[in-house]
Design a protein around this ligand. Structure first.
Ligand SMILES: [Zn+2]
Length: 599
Protein backbone atom coordinates (compact mmCIF):
# COMPACT_ATOMS: atom_id res chain seq x y z
CA UNK A 1 0.00 0.00 0.00
CA UNK A 2 1.39 3.37 -0.94
CA UNK A 3 1.52 6.12 1.51
CA UNK A 4 -0.40 9.31 1.40
CA UNK A 5 1.67 11.02 -1.13
CA UNK A 6 1.90 14.65 -0.72
CA UNK A 7 3.98 16.44 1.71
CA UNK A 8 3.96 20.06 2.32
CA UNK A 9 4.53 22.29 5.12
CA UNK A 10 3.05 25.61 5.71
CA UNK A 11 6.26 27.50 6.23
CA UNK A 12 7.51 26.33 2.94
CA UNK A 13 4.26 27.36 1.40
CA UNK A 14 4.43 30.83 2.83
CA UNK A 15 7.98 31.25 1.60
CA UNK A 16 7.03 30.13 -1.85
CA UNK A 17 4.08 32.41 -1.78
CA UNK A 18 6.23 35.36 -0.96
CA UNK A 19 8.75 34.42 -3.56
CA UNK A 20 6.32 33.95 -6.34
CA UNK A 21 3.14 35.86 -6.04
CA UNK A 22 4.13 38.70 -3.87
CA UNK A 23 7.49 39.64 -5.31
CA UNK A 24 6.45 42.73 -7.08
CA UNK A 25 3.37 43.36 -5.09
CA UNK A 26 4.39 45.79 -2.42
CA UNK A 27 2.16 45.92 0.60
CA UNK A 28 0.10 48.95 0.00
CA UNK A 29 -1.38 50.75 2.94
CA UNK A 30 -5.07 51.32 2.56
CA UNK A 31 -4.65 54.41 0.45
CA UNK A 32 -7.52 55.56 -1.62
CA UNK A 33 -10.98 55.45 -0.07
CA UNK A 34 -11.79 52.19 -1.77
CA UNK A 35 -14.58 51.09 0.47
CA UNK A 36 -16.55 54.12 1.48
CA UNK A 37 -19.05 51.84 3.16
CA UNK A 38 -17.40 48.88 4.81
CA UNK A 39 -19.07 45.67 3.91
CA UNK A 40 -20.61 43.47 6.55
CA UNK A 41 -19.12 40.18 5.57
CA UNK A 42 -21.87 38.05 6.98
CA UNK A 43 -24.73 39.92 5.39
CA UNK A 44 -24.43 39.70 1.64
CA UNK A 45 -28.00 40.91 1.13
CA UNK A 46 -27.21 44.27 2.59
CA UNK A 47 -24.12 44.59 0.51
CA UNK A 48 -26.02 44.03 -2.65
CA UNK A 49 -28.36 46.80 -1.71
CA UNK A 50 -25.56 49.14 -0.72
CA UNK A 51 -23.84 48.90 -4.04
CA UNK A 52 -26.98 49.68 -5.91
CA UNK A 53 -25.68 53.09 -6.96
CA UNK A 54 -27.60 53.44 -10.15
CA UNK A 55 -26.26 52.56 -13.58
CA UNK A 56 -22.94 54.10 -14.64
CA UNK A 57 -23.23 56.30 -17.68
CA UNK A 58 -19.71 56.04 -19.08
CA UNK A 59 -17.30 53.18 -19.57
CA UNK A 60 -14.94 54.85 -17.12
CA UNK A 61 -17.61 54.77 -14.47
CA UNK A 62 -18.24 51.13 -15.26
CA UNK A 63 -14.54 50.38 -14.74
CA UNK A 64 -14.63 52.22 -11.41
CA UNK A 65 -17.53 50.04 -10.39
CA UNK A 66 -15.67 46.87 -11.42
CA UNK A 67 -12.69 47.90 -9.30
CA UNK A 68 -14.91 48.71 -6.34
CA UNK A 69 -16.79 45.41 -6.56
CA UNK A 70 -13.56 43.42 -6.78
CA UNK A 71 -12.27 45.10 -3.63
CA UNK A 72 -15.55 44.37 -1.89
CA UNK A 73 -15.29 40.72 -2.88
CA UNK A 74 -11.74 40.51 -1.50
CA UNK A 75 -12.99 41.99 1.74
CA UNK A 76 -16.04 39.76 1.88
CA UNK A 77 -13.96 36.64 1.39
CA UNK A 78 -11.25 37.69 3.82
CA UNK A 79 -12.94 35.80 6.64
CA UNK A 80 -13.36 32.62 4.62
CA UNK A 81 -11.18 29.56 4.46
CA UNK A 82 -12.47 27.58 1.50
CA UNK A 83 -11.19 24.18 0.55
CA UNK A 84 -9.11 24.17 -2.60
CA UNK A 85 -8.40 21.09 -4.63
CA UNK A 86 -6.02 20.94 -7.58
CA UNK A 87 -5.78 17.87 -9.74
CA UNK A 88 -3.16 17.90 -12.48
CA UNK A 89 -2.38 15.49 -15.29
CA UNK A 90 0.91 15.66 -17.13
CA UNK A 91 0.37 14.84 -20.77
CA UNK A 92 2.09 12.73 -23.36
CA UNK A 93 1.13 12.41 -27.02
CA UNK A 94 -0.53 9.17 -28.04
CA UNK A 95 -0.73 8.74 -31.83
CA UNK A 96 -4.25 7.38 -31.61
CA UNK A 97 -5.77 9.15 -28.63
CA UNK A 98 -3.94 12.48 -28.69
CA UNK A 99 -2.53 13.92 -25.48
CA UNK A 100 -3.21 11.45 -22.66
CA UNK A 101 -2.15 11.44 -19.00
CA UNK A 102 1.43 10.46 -18.34
CA UNK A 103 1.27 10.91 -14.59
CA UNK A 104 -0.75 12.96 -12.18
CA UNK A 105 -0.66 15.02 -9.00
CA UNK A 106 -3.19 15.89 -6.38
CA UNK A 107 -3.41 18.64 -3.84
CA UNK A 108 -6.07 19.36 -1.23
CA UNK A 109 -5.91 22.20 1.24
CA UNK A 110 -7.66 25.05 2.97
CA UNK A 111 -7.11 28.54 1.74
CA UNK A 112 -6.90 31.43 4.09
CA UNK A 113 -7.97 34.54 2.23
CA UNK A 114 -7.21 36.98 5.01
CA UNK A 115 -4.18 39.15 4.17
CA UNK A 116 -2.41 37.17 1.60
CA UNK A 117 -3.52 33.93 0.12
CA UNK A 118 -2.24 31.10 2.25
CA UNK A 119 -2.91 27.42 2.16
CA UNK A 120 -2.88 24.62 4.68
CA UNK A 121 -2.55 21.06 3.55
CA UNK A 122 -4.88 18.13 4.20
CA UNK A 123 -2.50 15.56 2.83
CA UNK A 124 0.24 16.10 5.29
CA UNK A 125 2.48 13.16 5.40
CA UNK A 126 4.55 11.90 8.16
CA UNK A 127 8.07 10.65 7.73
CA UNK A 128 9.21 12.81 4.88
CA UNK A 129 11.49 15.75 5.38
CA UNK A 130 10.56 19.31 4.64
CA UNK A 131 12.65 19.45 1.53
CA UNK A 132 10.76 16.70 -0.18
CA UNK A 133 7.67 18.81 -0.07
CA UNK A 134 4.91 19.65 -2.43
CA UNK A 135 7.35 21.30 -4.76
CA UNK A 136 9.24 18.13 -5.43
CA UNK A 137 6.12 16.08 -5.36
CA UNK A 138 4.37 18.15 -7.94
CA UNK A 139 7.38 19.18 -9.91
CA UNK A 140 8.88 15.78 -10.37
CA UNK A 141 11.76 15.81 -12.77
CA UNK A 142 11.00 19.28 -14.02
CA UNK A 143 11.95 20.84 -10.74
CA UNK A 144 15.29 22.07 -11.90
CA UNK A 145 14.02 23.75 -15.01
CA UNK A 146 11.12 25.72 -13.65
CA UNK A 147 11.41 26.60 -10.09
CA UNK A 148 7.83 26.98 -8.99
CA UNK A 149 6.18 25.28 -11.81
CA UNK A 150 3.57 23.03 -10.31
CA UNK A 151 3.32 24.67 -7.01
CA UNK A 152 -0.33 24.12 -6.15
CA UNK A 153 -0.66 27.59 -4.83
CA UNK A 154 0.12 28.70 -8.32
CA UNK A 155 -3.21 27.43 -9.48
CA UNK A 156 -5.08 29.65 -7.11
CA UNK A 157 -3.37 32.81 -8.23
CA UNK A 158 -6.25 33.69 -10.40
CA UNK A 159 -8.85 33.86 -7.68
CA UNK A 160 -8.63 37.62 -7.84
CA UNK A 161 -7.28 39.81 -10.62
CA UNK A 162 -4.74 41.42 -8.33
CA UNK A 163 -5.24 41.23 -4.62
CA UNK A 164 -3.51 44.46 -3.66
CA UNK A 165 -3.29 46.70 -6.68
CA UNK A 166 -6.31 46.25 -8.88
CA UNK A 167 -6.66 49.86 -9.96
CA UNK A 168 -6.04 52.33 -12.75
CA UNK A 169 -2.54 53.12 -11.54
CA UNK A 170 -1.47 49.58 -12.36
CA UNK A 171 -3.77 48.55 -15.20
CA UNK A 172 -5.08 49.68 -18.56
CA UNK A 173 -8.67 48.68 -19.23
CA UNK A 174 -9.73 48.23 -22.85
CA UNK A 175 -13.40 47.59 -23.47
CA UNK A 176 -13.77 44.77 -26.00
CA UNK A 177 -17.47 43.96 -26.39
CA UNK A 178 -20.66 42.66 -24.83
CA UNK A 179 -21.13 38.94 -24.60
CA UNK A 180 -23.40 36.45 -22.91
CA UNK A 181 -21.91 33.82 -20.64
CA UNK A 182 -24.78 31.44 -20.07
CA UNK A 183 -27.75 33.56 -19.02
CA UNK A 184 -25.62 36.48 -17.94
CA UNK A 185 -24.92 39.48 -20.15
CA UNK A 186 -21.36 40.64 -19.66
CA UNK A 187 -19.05 43.50 -20.54
CA UNK A 188 -15.71 42.20 -21.71
CA UNK A 189 -12.49 44.06 -20.94
CA UNK A 190 -8.91 43.32 -21.90
CA UNK A 191 -6.49 44.18 -19.13
CA UNK A 192 -2.83 45.00 -19.53
CA UNK A 193 -0.49 46.03 -16.73
CA UNK A 194 1.00 49.51 -17.09
CA UNK A 195 4.65 49.74 -18.05
CA UNK A 196 6.08 50.25 -14.59
CA UNK A 197 3.55 48.06 -12.80
CA UNK A 198 6.13 45.40 -12.02
CA UNK A 199 6.16 41.62 -12.16
CA UNK A 200 3.27 39.29 -11.72
CA UNK A 201 0.48 41.53 -12.93
CA UNK A 202 -2.62 40.11 -14.55
CA UNK A 203 -2.60 40.06 -18.33
CA UNK A 204 -5.72 38.92 -20.07
CA UNK A 205 -9.46 39.32 -20.26
CA UNK A 206 -12.19 39.80 -17.70
CA UNK A 207 -15.93 39.31 -18.06
CA UNK A 208 -18.08 41.57 -15.93
CA UNK A 209 -21.83 41.08 -15.43
CA UNK A 210 -23.64 44.21 -16.49
CA UNK A 211 -25.92 44.83 -13.50
CA UNK A 212 -23.63 45.12 -10.50
CA UNK A 213 -20.30 44.95 -12.33
CA UNK A 214 -18.89 41.92 -10.59
CA UNK A 215 -16.17 40.01 -12.40
CA UNK A 216 -17.52 36.59 -13.35
CA UNK A 217 -14.60 35.19 -15.33
CA UNK A 218 -10.89 35.86 -15.75
CA UNK A 219 -8.81 34.38 -18.52
CA UNK A 220 -5.12 34.96 -19.09
CA UNK A 221 -1.84 34.81 -17.25
CA UNK A 222 0.46 37.01 -15.19
CA UNK A 223 2.94 39.26 -16.93
CA UNK A 224 6.71 39.47 -16.73
CA UNK A 225 7.78 36.47 -14.73
CA UNK A 226 11.08 36.84 -12.98
CA UNK A 227 13.91 34.56 -14.03
CA UNK A 228 13.30 30.89 -13.16
CA UNK A 229 9.66 31.58 -12.57
CA UNK A 230 6.83 30.65 -14.77
CA UNK A 231 3.23 31.74 -14.78
CA UNK A 232 0.55 29.43 -16.05
CA UNK A 233 -2.34 30.33 -18.25
CA UNK A 234 -5.59 30.15 -16.37
CA UNK A 235 -9.30 30.34 -16.94
CA UNK A 236 -11.04 31.26 -13.72
CA UNK A 237 -14.81 31.15 -13.16
CA UNK A 238 -17.03 32.57 -10.47
CA UNK A 239 -20.58 31.64 -9.55
CA UNK A 240 -23.34 33.83 -8.15
CA UNK A 241 -24.18 31.52 -5.25
CA UNK A 242 -25.23 34.17 -2.76
CA UNK A 243 -26.88 37.55 -3.22
CA UNK A 244 -24.47 40.24 -4.32
CA UNK A 245 -21.30 38.20 -4.78
CA UNK A 246 -19.76 36.01 -7.43
CA UNK A 247 -17.64 33.43 -5.68
CA UNK A 248 -14.40 32.04 -7.21
CA UNK A 249 -15.25 28.42 -8.00
CA UNK A 250 -13.25 26.81 -10.82
CA UNK A 251 -9.86 27.39 -12.38
CA UNK A 252 -8.67 25.50 -15.41
CA UNK A 253 -5.05 25.58 -16.47
CA UNK A 254 -3.35 24.06 -19.45
CA UNK A 255 0.11 24.25 -20.97
CA UNK A 256 1.75 22.38 -23.78
CA UNK A 257 2.05 22.35 -27.51
CA UNK A 258 1.57 19.15 -29.46
CA UNK A 259 2.09 20.49 -32.96
CA UNK A 260 4.73 18.75 -35.06
CA UNK A 261 8.23 19.76 -34.08
CA UNK A 262 7.20 21.46 -30.86
CA UNK A 263 9.47 20.72 -27.96
CA UNK A 264 7.38 20.53 -24.86
CA UNK A 265 9.11 21.42 -21.71
CA UNK A 266 5.84 21.11 -19.91
CA UNK A 267 2.48 19.78 -20.95
CA UNK A 268 -0.34 19.38 -18.51
CA UNK A 269 -3.92 20.18 -17.74
CA UNK A 270 -5.20 20.93 -14.29
CA UNK A 271 -8.51 21.58 -12.60
CA UNK A 272 -8.78 23.59 -9.43
CA UNK A 273 -12.04 23.58 -7.51
CA UNK A 274 -12.93 25.62 -4.50
CA UNK A 275 -15.70 24.89 -2.06
CA UNK A 276 -16.57 25.08 1.61
CA UNK A 277 -16.81 28.89 1.63
CA UNK A 278 -19.56 28.70 4.20
CA UNK A 279 -17.99 26.08 6.44
CA UNK A 280 -17.46 28.33 9.42
CA UNK A 281 -21.00 29.56 9.41
CA UNK A 282 -22.70 26.18 9.25
CA UNK A 283 -22.37 25.10 12.84
CA UNK A 284 -25.61 26.61 14.08
CA UNK A 285 -27.66 25.16 11.25
CA UNK A 286 -26.04 21.80 11.64
CA UNK A 287 -27.73 21.31 14.96
CA UNK A 288 -31.07 21.23 13.23
CA UNK A 289 -30.31 19.65 9.91
CA UNK A 290 -28.45 16.79 11.44
CA UNK A 291 -31.42 15.40 13.26
CA UNK A 292 -32.12 12.38 11.19
CA UNK A 293 -35.59 11.10 10.83
CA UNK A 294 -34.35 7.72 9.74
CA UNK A 295 -31.93 7.09 12.55
CA UNK A 296 -33.46 4.13 14.28
CA UNK A 297 -33.14 5.04 17.89
CA UNK A 298 -35.55 2.55 19.23
CA UNK A 299 -37.06 -0.57 17.89
CA UNK A 300 -37.78 -1.69 21.40
CA UNK A 301 -40.39 -0.52 23.85
CA UNK A 302 -39.19 2.62 25.55
CA UNK A 303 -38.70 1.42 29.05
CA UNK A 304 -36.34 -1.42 28.27
CA UNK A 305 -32.61 -1.30 28.50
CA UNK A 306 -30.65 -2.28 25.44
CA UNK A 307 -29.62 -5.89 25.09
CA UNK A 308 -25.89 -6.34 24.54
CA UNK A 309 -26.43 -6.67 20.79
CA UNK A 310 -28.71 -3.63 20.68
CA UNK A 311 -26.16 -1.67 22.66
CA UNK A 312 -23.46 -2.70 20.22
CA UNK A 313 -25.57 -1.47 17.33
CA UNK A 314 -26.35 1.78 19.02
CA UNK A 315 -22.64 2.23 19.67
CA UNK A 316 -21.88 1.64 15.99
CA UNK A 317 -24.49 4.16 15.00
CA UNK A 318 -23.02 6.73 17.35
CA UNK A 319 -19.62 6.24 15.75
CA UNK A 320 -21.14 6.46 12.30
CA UNK A 321 -23.01 9.68 13.09
CA UNK A 322 -19.91 11.22 14.67
CA UNK A 323 -17.77 10.47 11.64
CA UNK A 324 -20.22 11.65 9.02
CA UNK A 325 -21.01 14.81 10.93
CA UNK A 326 -17.31 15.55 11.40
CA UNK A 327 -16.54 15.00 7.72
CA UNK A 328 -19.44 17.23 6.74
CA UNK A 329 -18.15 19.97 9.02
CA UNK A 330 -14.73 19.68 7.40
CA UNK A 331 -16.31 20.08 3.97
CA UNK A 332 -15.29 16.58 2.93
CA UNK A 333 -18.77 15.07 2.88
CA UNK A 334 -21.64 16.83 1.13
CA UNK A 335 -24.88 17.46 3.01
CA UNK A 336 -27.53 14.83 2.40
CA UNK A 337 -29.16 15.43 -0.97
CA UNK A 338 -30.43 14.22 -4.29
CA UNK A 339 -27.33 12.33 -5.31
CA UNK A 340 -27.73 10.24 -2.18
CA UNK A 341 -31.23 9.31 -3.28
CA UNK A 342 -29.85 7.93 -6.51
CA UNK A 343 -27.17 5.95 -4.71
CA UNK A 344 -29.69 4.70 -2.16
CA UNK A 345 -32.02 3.49 -4.88
CA UNK A 346 -29.27 1.34 -6.31
CA UNK A 347 -28.43 0.01 -2.84
CA UNK A 348 -32.11 -0.78 -2.30
CA UNK A 349 -32.24 -2.65 -5.59
CA UNK A 350 -29.33 -4.78 -4.45
CA UNK A 351 -30.82 -5.37 -1.02
CA UNK A 352 -34.31 -6.28 -2.18
CA UNK A 353 -33.25 -8.75 -4.83
CA UNK A 354 -30.85 -10.41 -2.40
CA UNK A 355 -33.34 -10.52 0.48
CA UNK A 356 -31.02 -8.51 2.67
CA UNK A 357 -32.65 -7.41 5.89
CA UNK A 358 -30.50 -5.16 8.03
CA UNK A 359 -31.44 -3.85 11.46
CA UNK A 360 -30.82 -0.29 10.27
CA UNK A 361 -31.25 1.17 6.79
CA UNK A 362 -28.12 1.60 4.69
CA UNK A 363 -27.42 5.25 3.98
CA UNK A 364 -25.15 6.80 1.35
CA UNK A 365 -23.19 10.03 1.25
CA UNK A 366 -20.89 11.75 -1.23
CA UNK A 367 -17.28 12.58 -0.44
CA UNK A 368 -16.65 15.99 -2.03
CA UNK A 369 -13.19 15.18 -3.38
CA UNK A 370 -11.90 13.89 -6.74
CA UNK A 371 -9.75 10.81 -5.98
CA UNK A 372 -11.63 7.60 -6.75
CA UNK A 373 -12.52 6.01 -3.44
CA UNK A 374 -15.25 4.53 -1.30
CA UNK A 375 -15.53 3.45 2.28
CA UNK A 376 -18.23 2.63 4.76
CA UNK A 377 -18.64 3.49 8.38
CA UNK A 378 -21.40 1.69 10.24
CA UNK A 379 -24.29 1.53 7.81
CA UNK A 380 -23.26 4.54 5.76
CA UNK A 381 -21.57 4.06 2.40
CA UNK A 382 -19.47 6.99 1.21
CA UNK A 383 -18.49 7.39 -2.46
CA UNK A 384 -16.25 10.15 -3.80
CA UNK A 385 -17.50 12.76 -6.26
CA UNK A 386 -14.69 11.85 -8.64
CA UNK A 387 -15.65 8.20 -8.70
CA UNK A 388 -19.32 8.94 -9.42
CA UNK A 389 -18.14 11.29 -12.19
CA UNK A 390 -16.24 8.66 -14.14
CA UNK A 391 -18.72 5.77 -13.86
CA UNK A 392 -20.34 5.18 -17.24
CA UNK A 393 -23.70 3.83 -16.10
CA UNK A 394 -25.85 2.44 -13.35
CA UNK A 395 -24.38 -1.04 -13.66
CA UNK A 396 -20.94 0.24 -12.78
CA UNK A 397 -22.40 2.32 -9.97
CA UNK A 398 -24.02 -0.84 -8.64
CA UNK A 399 -20.64 -2.54 -8.79
CA UNK A 400 -19.06 0.21 -6.69
CA UNK A 401 -21.85 0.22 -4.12
CA UNK A 402 -22.11 -3.57 -3.92
CA UNK A 403 -18.57 -3.84 -2.55
CA UNK A 404 -19.35 -1.54 0.37
CA UNK A 405 -22.77 -3.09 0.90
CA UNK A 406 -21.00 -6.44 1.13
CA UNK A 407 -18.79 -5.12 3.93
CA UNK A 408 -21.93 -4.07 5.81
CA UNK A 409 -23.73 -7.36 5.19
CA UNK A 410 -20.68 -9.32 6.29
CA UNK A 411 -20.46 -7.27 9.48
CA UNK A 412 -17.05 -5.78 8.64
CA UNK A 413 -17.69 -2.84 10.91
CA UNK A 414 -14.93 -0.29 11.17
CA UNK A 415 -14.66 2.82 13.20
CA UNK A 416 -16.42 2.00 16.47
CA UNK A 417 -13.58 3.86 18.19
CA UNK A 418 -15.14 7.05 16.85
CA UNK A 419 -18.10 6.67 19.18
CA UNK A 420 -15.86 8.47 21.68
CA UNK A 421 -16.43 12.11 21.00
CA UNK A 422 -12.96 13.23 21.94
CA UNK A 423 -11.77 11.45 18.83
CA UNK A 424 -13.66 14.00 16.74
CA UNK A 425 -11.69 16.89 18.20
CA UNK A 426 -9.10 17.65 15.58
CA UNK A 427 -8.58 20.41 13.05
CA UNK A 428 -10.16 20.01 9.63
CA UNK A 429 -6.75 19.86 8.02
CA UNK A 430 -5.88 16.87 10.21
CA UNK A 431 -8.90 14.85 9.05
CA UNK A 432 -6.89 12.36 7.04
CA UNK A 433 -4.52 11.77 9.93
CA UNK A 434 -7.32 11.17 12.40
CA UNK A 435 -9.84 9.16 10.45
CA UNK A 436 -9.33 6.01 8.44
CA UNK A 437 -11.50 3.14 7.23
CA UNK A 438 -9.18 0.66 5.58
CA UNK A 439 -10.10 -3.02 5.75
CA UNK A 440 -7.63 -5.86 6.05
CA UNK A 441 -6.96 -7.69 2.74
CA UNK A 442 -9.01 -10.73 3.80
CA UNK A 443 -12.08 -8.55 4.28
CA UNK A 444 -11.49 -6.94 0.89
CA UNK A 445 -11.44 -10.32 -0.82
CA UNK A 446 -14.53 -11.47 1.06
CA UNK A 447 -16.39 -8.26 0.18
CA UNK A 448 -15.59 -8.62 -3.54
CA UNK A 449 -16.80 -12.21 -3.52
CA UNK A 450 -20.04 -11.34 -1.74
CA UNK A 451 -20.53 -8.29 -3.98
CA UNK A 452 -20.30 -10.31 -7.17
CA UNK A 453 -22.77 -12.80 -5.71
CA UNK A 454 -25.20 -9.99 -4.96
CA UNK A 455 -24.76 -8.36 -8.38
CA UNK A 456 -25.50 -11.64 -10.14
CA UNK A 457 -28.79 -11.97 -8.24
CA UNK A 458 -29.76 -8.34 -8.90
CA UNK A 459 -31.28 -6.37 -11.81
CA UNK A 460 -27.69 -5.40 -12.64
CA UNK A 461 -26.74 -8.96 -13.61
CA UNK A 462 -27.36 -8.00 -17.26
CA UNK A 463 -25.20 -4.88 -16.98
CA UNK A 464 -22.01 -6.38 -15.67
CA UNK A 465 -20.29 -6.10 -19.05
CA UNK A 466 -20.20 -2.33 -18.72
CA UNK A 467 -18.97 -2.60 -15.14
CA UNK A 468 -16.27 -4.95 -16.39
CA UNK A 469 -15.35 -2.54 -19.17
CA UNK A 470 -14.95 0.17 -16.58
CA UNK A 471 -12.51 -2.07 -14.70
CA UNK A 472 -10.61 -2.61 -17.96
CA UNK A 473 -10.45 1.10 -18.76
CA UNK A 474 -9.28 1.75 -15.22
CA UNK A 475 -6.63 -0.90 -15.63
CA UNK A 476 -5.48 0.72 -18.88
CA UNK A 477 -4.95 4.07 -17.15
CA UNK A 478 -4.10 3.01 -13.60
CA UNK A 479 -0.29 3.12 -13.95
CA UNK A 480 -0.49 6.78 -15.01
CA UNK A 481 -3.06 7.91 -12.45
CA UNK A 482 -1.59 7.02 -9.10
CA UNK A 483 -2.68 10.29 -7.52
CA UNK A 484 -6.28 9.95 -8.66
CA UNK A 485 -6.29 6.38 -7.38
CA UNK A 486 -4.79 7.15 -4.01
CA UNK A 487 -7.55 6.69 -1.46
CA UNK A 488 -7.32 8.94 1.59
CA UNK A 489 -9.87 7.37 3.91
CA UNK A 490 -10.79 3.98 2.44
CA UNK A 491 -8.98 1.14 0.70
CA UNK A 492 -7.22 1.76 -2.60
CA UNK A 493 -9.00 0.24 -5.58
CA UNK A 494 -5.64 -0.43 -7.23
CA UNK A 495 -2.39 -1.77 -5.89
CA UNK A 496 0.86 -0.72 -7.59
CA UNK A 497 -0.89 0.17 -10.81
CA UNK A 498 -3.08 -2.94 -10.92
CA UNK A 499 -6.82 -2.87 -10.27
CA UNK A 500 -7.66 -5.06 -7.31
CA UNK A 501 -11.21 -4.02 -6.43
CA UNK A 502 -13.80 -6.17 -8.23
CA UNK A 503 -11.08 -7.13 -10.71
CA UNK A 504 -12.86 -10.37 -11.50
CA UNK A 505 -15.52 -8.48 -13.45
CA UNK A 506 -12.85 -7.20 -15.82
CA UNK A 507 -11.88 -10.69 -16.93
CA UNK A 508 -15.35 -11.54 -18.21
CA UNK A 509 -15.96 -8.20 -19.97
CA UNK A 510 -15.72 -7.60 -23.72
CA UNK A 511 -12.47 -6.30 -25.18
CA UNK A 512 -11.69 -2.65 -24.58
CA UNK A 513 -11.65 -0.81 -27.89
CA UNK A 514 -10.97 2.95 -27.91
CA UNK A 515 -12.00 3.15 -31.57
CA UNK A 516 -15.43 1.73 -30.94
CA UNK A 517 -17.33 4.97 -30.50
CA UNK A 518 -20.37 3.46 -28.82
CA UNK A 519 -18.23 1.79 -26.19
CA UNK A 520 -17.99 4.24 -23.29
CA UNK A 521 -16.00 2.49 -20.62
CA UNK A 522 -15.29 5.47 -18.38
CA UNK A 523 -16.08 9.18 -18.41
CA UNK A 524 -13.93 12.28 -17.91
CA UNK A 525 -13.92 13.87 -14.46
CA UNK A 526 -16.59 16.46 -13.72
CA UNK A 527 -19.32 15.09 -15.93
CA UNK A 528 -21.83 13.91 -13.35
CA UNK A 529 -21.70 15.63 -10.03
CA UNK A 530 -21.91 19.36 -9.49
CA UNK A 531 -20.60 20.60 -6.15
CA UNK A 532 -21.90 23.91 -4.84
CA UNK A 533 -18.84 25.87 -3.68
CA UNK A 534 -20.86 27.85 -1.14
CA UNK A 535 -22.83 25.21 0.76
CA UNK A 536 -21.12 22.00 -0.46
CA UNK A 537 -24.36 20.48 -1.72
CA UNK A 538 -24.01 18.10 -4.63
CA UNK A 539 -26.39 17.52 -7.48
CA UNK A 540 -26.38 15.56 -10.68
CA UNK A 541 -25.33 17.62 -13.68
CA UNK A 542 -28.12 18.16 -16.14
CA UNK A 543 -26.37 18.26 -19.46
CA UNK A 544 -27.30 17.20 -22.93
CA UNK A 545 -25.05 14.38 -24.02
CA UNK A 546 -22.70 15.42 -26.79
CA UNK A 547 -22.04 12.90 -29.51
CA UNK A 548 -18.61 11.35 -29.53
CA UNK A 549 -17.04 11.65 -32.96
CA UNK A 550 -13.60 10.17 -32.41
CA UNK A 551 -11.64 8.07 -29.97
CA UNK A 552 -10.08 11.29 -28.68
CA UNK A 553 -13.47 12.47 -27.42
CA UNK A 554 -13.67 9.73 -24.83
CA UNK A 555 -11.09 11.15 -22.43
CA UNK A 556 -11.58 8.53 -19.70
CA UNK A 557 -10.55 9.79 -16.23
CA UNK A 558 -9.21 13.00 -17.77
CA UNK A 559 -9.58 16.60 -16.75
CA UNK A 560 -11.12 19.06 -19.19
CA UNK A 561 -11.79 22.80 -19.21
CA UNK A 562 -14.67 24.21 -17.17
CA UNK A 563 -17.59 25.84 -18.90
CA UNK A 564 -20.27 26.36 -16.28
CA UNK A 565 -23.54 27.83 -17.46
CA UNK A 566 -23.61 31.11 -15.57
CA UNK A 567 -26.83 32.43 -14.13
CA UNK A 568 -27.74 35.08 -11.62
CA UNK A 569 -28.59 34.17 -8.06
CA UNK A 570 -32.27 33.85 -7.43
CA UNK A 571 -34.21 32.13 -4.73
CA UNK A 572 -35.64 29.90 -7.42
CA UNK A 573 -32.20 28.83 -8.58
CA UNK A 574 -30.95 28.44 -5.03
CA UNK A 575 -30.24 24.84 -4.21
CA UNK A 576 -33.59 23.30 -3.43
CA UNK A 577 -33.81 21.36 -0.22
CA UNK A 578 -36.93 19.50 -1.20
CA UNK A 579 -36.33 18.48 -4.77
CA UNK A 580 -38.25 15.59 -6.18
CA UNK A 581 -36.68 12.23 -5.62
CA UNK A 582 -34.85 11.16 -8.74
CA UNK A 583 -35.64 7.82 -10.22
CA UNK A 584 -33.21 4.99 -10.56
CA UNK A 585 -32.70 5.75 -14.18
CA UNK A 586 -31.45 9.22 -13.41
CA UNK A 587 -27.89 8.04 -13.53
CA UNK A 588 -28.36 6.34 -16.84
CA UNK A 589 -30.20 9.21 -18.43
CA UNK A 590 -27.10 11.07 -19.48
CA UNK A 591 -24.78 8.17 -19.22
CA UNK A 592 -24.39 7.09 -22.75
CA UNK A 593 -22.39 9.75 -24.40
CA UNK A 594 -21.73 12.50 -21.95
CA UNK A 595 -18.34 13.35 -23.28
CA UNK A 596 -18.54 16.96 -22.22
CA UNK A 597 -17.75 16.92 -18.57
CA UNK A 598 -18.89 20.28 -17.41
CA UNK A 599 -22.33 21.59 -18.01
ZN1 LIG B 1 -13.53 -2.69 0.81
Amino acid sequence: MRKVMSNMNMNWMILALLAVTMTAVAQQPASAPQNPQPVAATQPEQTAAQTNLGPPTTMDQAVDRVIMREKELIKFLSLRTPIVETYLQNLIQDPQLGPIPQDDHYFLGRMDLRDSIDRADYLNNKGKGKDEGMERHLLGEFTKKFKFQYQPLGFSWMIFVDRNDFDRQHYEFHYARREFLGDVRCLVFDLTPKKDAGHGRFLGRIWVEDQNFNIVRLNGTYARPTRNNYYFHMDSWRLNLIPGYWVPSYIYSEEGDFTAGAKNKIAFKAQTRMWGYNLKATTANDELTNIRVDSVKDNTPTEQDATPLAAEREWQQQAEDNVIERLEKAGLVAPEGDVDKILQTVVNNLEITNNIELPRPVRTRVLTTSPLETFSVGNTIVVSRGLIDVLPDEGSLAMVLSHELAHIVLGHNLGSQYAFNDRMLFSDEATYQNLGFKHIPEEEVAADKKAIEMLKASPYAQKLDSAGLFIKALQARAPQLSALLQAHLGNNITENGTVTRMAQLGTSAPALDWNKLDQIAALPLGGRVKLNPWDDKVEIVKAQPVAITSARDKMPFEVTPFFPRLSRYSTASAPATTAAAPTTTATTANADASSTPTN
